[in-house]
Design a protein around this ligand. Structure first.
Ligand SMILES: Nc1ncnc2c1ncn2[C@@H]1O[C@H](COP(=O)(O)OP(=O)(O)OP(=O)(O)O)[C@@H](O)[C@H]1O
Ligand SMILES: Nc1ccn([C@@H]2O[C@H](COP(=O)(O)O)[C@@H](O)[C@H]2O)c(=O)n1
Length: 216
């Protein structure tokens, strides 16, 4: 069974998808980590992001693996490094590269294979797994997403003004929604869940109720 969770930055996709996968005993696939991994590898190799062929070559060459919550590139654990602000900023170039998208979409389908998977990203229900059994589109107001992200930064010792977090988030949202291929949008058959007023546990509970057979 495939369950897709798409939505904008900071809506809680990975938190909810990871918990849901744990509750159901499914695998969890974080596809944003793959776009980040390619961006990280490009930065390591000093690749010019305007050279779309060079960026695609990196995506074609590196081996991305998941080991539990860890993300490996060519065997190196890059779980922390792919979450830096530099990689977040650079991932717009990998996400906007058509060839990179083709390569990663193919890998995402291969990773899912015949397994039971909860997968999250921007295009999982629309492009990658259009026949998924359950599709969710998780949203939250821009302000609540930015506040959550700001708290996350603060917990890592980075104090960033809310206005800046909100502005960066709006830029990402706009780019994600405007992409010609793999744009962020709800699949026609996705259930939309607004998480602004509910915590992650309640979101997971709601999703489990929709899926049916709550394993409580
Ligand atoms: N329902 C919720 N209520 C409050 N905080 C939440 C909720 N869901 C997630 N969070 C917190 O919000 C932050 C962003 O969540 P998360 O990383 O899961 O979002 P995301 O949609 O995967 O973002 P991105 O696409 O940028 O990776 C985290 O600090 C997380 O703990
Ligand atoms: N299916 C996806 C998932 C992510 N992206 C882009 O990758 C970047 C990082 O994603 P996070 O969810 O880890 O923040 C982000 O800029 C997304 O635009 C994508 O294009 N498709």
């Amino acid at each position: 069974m495939i369950i897709t969770i798409d939505g904008p930055a900071g809506a809680g996709k990975s938190t909810v998808a990871r918990q849901l996968a744990n509750r159901l005993g499914f695998a969890f696939l974080d596809t944003g980590a793959m776009y980040r991994a390619v961006a990280w590898a490009c930065l390591q190799r000093d690749v010019d992001f305007s050279d779309v062929d060079a960026v695609a070559d990196v995506a074609r060459t590196i081996v991305i693996q998941f080991d539990g919550d860890e993300v490996l590139v060519d065997g190196q654990n890059v779980s922390g490094e792919i979450r830096t602000n530099d990689v977040t900023a650079a991932s717009q170039y990998t996400a906007g590269n058509l060839e990179v998208r083709e390569i990663l979409v193919e890998q995402q389908r291969r990773i899912a294979g015949d397994s039971d998977v909860v997968t999250e990203g921007r295009d999982q229900g629309t492009v990658v797994f259009p026949a998924a059994e359950f599709k969710f589109f998780i949203t939250a107001s821009p302000e609540s997403r930015a506040r959550r992200r700001q708290e996350e930064f603060a917990a890592r010792g980075q104090n960033i003004p809310l206005e800046q977090v909100l502005a960066d988030q709006t830029d990402r949202d706009n780019r994600d929604a405007a992409r010609k291929v793999g744009a962020m949008k709800p699949a026609a058959d996705a259930v939309e869940v607004d998480t602004s007023q509910i915590d992650a546990d309640a979101v997971v509970q709601r999703l489990l109720e929709i899926i049916g057979g709550t394993p409580d």
